[in-house]
Design a protein around this ligand. Structure first.
Ligand code: IPM
Ligand code: MN
Length: 326
């Protein structure tokens, strides 16, 4: 098979450390990648003010995938890198599905969260009035287009049909009566096209209890951007820890690259100590291989990671142990 052209953004903190292990395991799986490195993130911003040049974005449009470690560093004010790099990437490349699987076989946990990835409170609608005065006002709206909501829901129904055929909508329709109503109507209409798929609805607060008490109930979940952000950290915490939580930011239409990254952040407190668990990044690389059509290699990486909960050692020693098992 031809080499896959993949952009690499190691980013900040433990990002480059875990990405190196992911690439090590991909090589061990026998997949040849043509990688292009991009020095982006908080450290780069502190060096020369660069966040994400338009020219880089244009280059990315010609790649098959982007593999990202983590971006963000405490020395940069909140939002600069998150909005300017990560969210801009998700929005401009139309990565409208954020797919986050959670698997803990010993506990019978095996579910996937489909997080809408381009809208909601993340869209950036809002602003200040009278900023800095005692009467200041801040608004932060939630943008929900019928188009954007429906395409995420359609993707989730198709994924459910390929799994255990059950889909749960998570929202807060009892309070968010505008956005929740739109989500519910879109969900019900698409559900009517999938009569064999079992469906459920959970309010997001109740879903938090179910995640902790009985996550085995879930197959596929679809939810909005912010609920999905919060729930997937919880999903990581209840299924072995955030060190095992992988994700794929997908452009299912394949009009450009998709992006693969662990759910965790840059963890500056442990950067450089060798204590970061690379498994989430390795599993994200496996999702990338799957998306690139390398299903067999992806399956071997997944299988090798199944034992990773028992591995110990430094970041690169755990990477070696996974690589030895592929
Ligand atoms: C995630 C992260 C990002 C998000 C941050 C870094 C902007 O928490 O991918 O879950 O909120 O989406
Ligand atoms: Mn998050």
């Amino acid at each position: 098979m031809a080499k896959h052209r993949v952009g690499i953004v190691g980013g900040d903190g433990i990002g480059p450390e875990v990405v190196a292990e992911g690439l090590k395991v991909v090589a061990a799986a026998g997949v040849d990648l043509e990688t292009v490195d991009y020095d982006l993130g908080g450290a780069r911003y502190l060096k020369d003010g660069t966040v994400l040049p338009d020219s880089v974005l244009e280059e990315w449009r010609g790649l098959e995938a982007i593999y990202l470690g983590a971006v963000g560093t405490p020395a940069v004010p909140p939002g600069v890198i998150e909005r300017g790099l990560l969210l801009r990437m998700r929005f401009e490349l139309d990565l409208y599905v954020n797919q986050r699987p959670f698997v803990a076989p010993d506990e019978g946990i095996d579910f996937v969260v489909i997080r809408e990835n381009t809208e909601g409170t993340y869209a950036g609608e809002g602003g200040f009035l009278r900023k800095g005065t005692p009467h200041e006002i801040a608004t932060q709206g939630s943008v929900n287009s019928r188009f954007g909501v429906e395409r995420a829901i359609r993707y989730a129904f198709e994924l459910a049909a390929a799994r255990r055929n059950h889909l749960t909508l998570v929202h807060k329709t009892n309070v968010l009566t505008f956005s929740g109503d739109l989500w519910e109507r879109a969900f019900d209409e698409v559900a009517a096209e999938h009569p064999s798929t079992g469906t459920a609805y959970n309010h997001v607060d109740a879903a938090c209890i179910y995640f902790v008490e009985s996550p085995q109930r879930y197959d596929v979940i679809v939810t909005d951007n912010l609920f999905g952000d919060i729930l997937t950290d919880l999903g990581g915490a209840v299924s072995g820890g955030i060190g095992f939580a992988s994700s794929a930011n997908l452009n299912p239409a394949r009009t450009g690259p998709s992006m693969f990254e662990p759910v965790h952040g840059s963890a500056p407190d442990i950067a450089g100590t060798g204590r970061a668990n690379p498994t989430a990044a390795v599993l994200s690389a496996a999702m990338m291989l799957d998306f690139l059509g390398e299903a067999e290699a992806a399956a071997r990486v997944h299988a090798a990671c199944a034992a990773a909960a028992n591995f110990s050692g430094t970041t690169s020693e755990i990477g070696d142990q996974i690589a030895a098992g592929v």
